[in-house]
Ligand binder design. Sequence first.
Ligand code: HEC
Length: 121
Amino acid sequence: MKNIFFLISIFFIGCNSSTENNVKEHISKVNNNGEVVFKANCATCHKPAENYVGPALQGVLKRWESKELLYAFVKNSQEVIGRNAYAKKLFEEYKQSPMLPYPNLSDEDIEGVLNYCDTYK
Ligand code: HEC
């Protein structure tokens, strides 16, 4: 009986480490794509770690009350500026230069860009 439990736990340990590897692989793919998306769409106005035409994007998620709101802002900043005080303040701080809307970016693309900026050195 003890042996069966032993085998079962080995089996689960085996499964766990392979899911972890899959997750890591997935994150690094998203990151790679993030660099491409960032350089193609965002780099004219943003730098990962310095303010430029727009704010530095490193750690930006912490400045927003939710990920959903931040993603909505990237897809259509003007719409969010109309209903959120933080976005409005930011827009005014940046001398009312509007950020372009990106309705075609998926949540995964945006996540990739933010991951790329967060890990940029
Ligand atoms: C034409 C210039 C321009 C481009 C291109 C641009 N942005 Fe922006 N971005 C801005 C400006 C300016 C702001 C400050 C808010 C405002 O003025 O609307 C901003 C704000 C932001 C913020 C909020 C920053 C904070 O401190 O909370 C995020 C996130 C962001 N941009 C992401 C992106 C991403 C992702 C892309 C590419 C897909 C992108 N931006 C492309 C100009 C730009």
